[in-house]
Design a protein around this ligand. Sequence first.
Ligand code: OFO
Length: 174
Amino acid sequence: MNKRVEEAINEQIEKEAMSSQFYLAMASWAENNGLNGTAKFMYSHSDEERFHMLKLVKFVNERGGKAIIPATGKPQKEFKDLVNVFELLLAHEIMVTESINNLVDICLQEKDYSTHNFIQWYVSEQLEEEALARTVLDKLKLIGGDKGGMYMFDRDLENSAIQLAPAMTSGSSI
Ligand code: OFO
């Protein structure tokens, strides 16, 4: 496997692992603050990020490279409120999108067209994740501090968490 591409994918593996841990910390915070729907959504999201990481690990190893399993730093454990949680999530996803774009760029420079093809799945995934985070943030801003609105929001997120799980398994095989 092309060394430069391998290194870039290993960096991406680390970012997906960081994403998984970050969303797990958000899930735990939400659970401790009575936001069970949000917690469920974040637990599913964390699992999804782990799936993204595993898919890359297997791809590198199957192509004759060596996937490096990263240690990740401790994610923050306190958040101001739900708006803060989703603002951080969106900022994180924007960073991940930039990283995926950089990976696409490296594949093209190295003329690694099969990896380029494989990475397109991540390009679409990032589009969806950023759009979802923006939609959620818009909703939260509309609700403002309204308690009834927050209750409904948390319940709605619980339902979207239920929808995330099948997409994770049917989207693409590892
Ligand atoms: Fe892996 O998609 Fe978010 O980070």
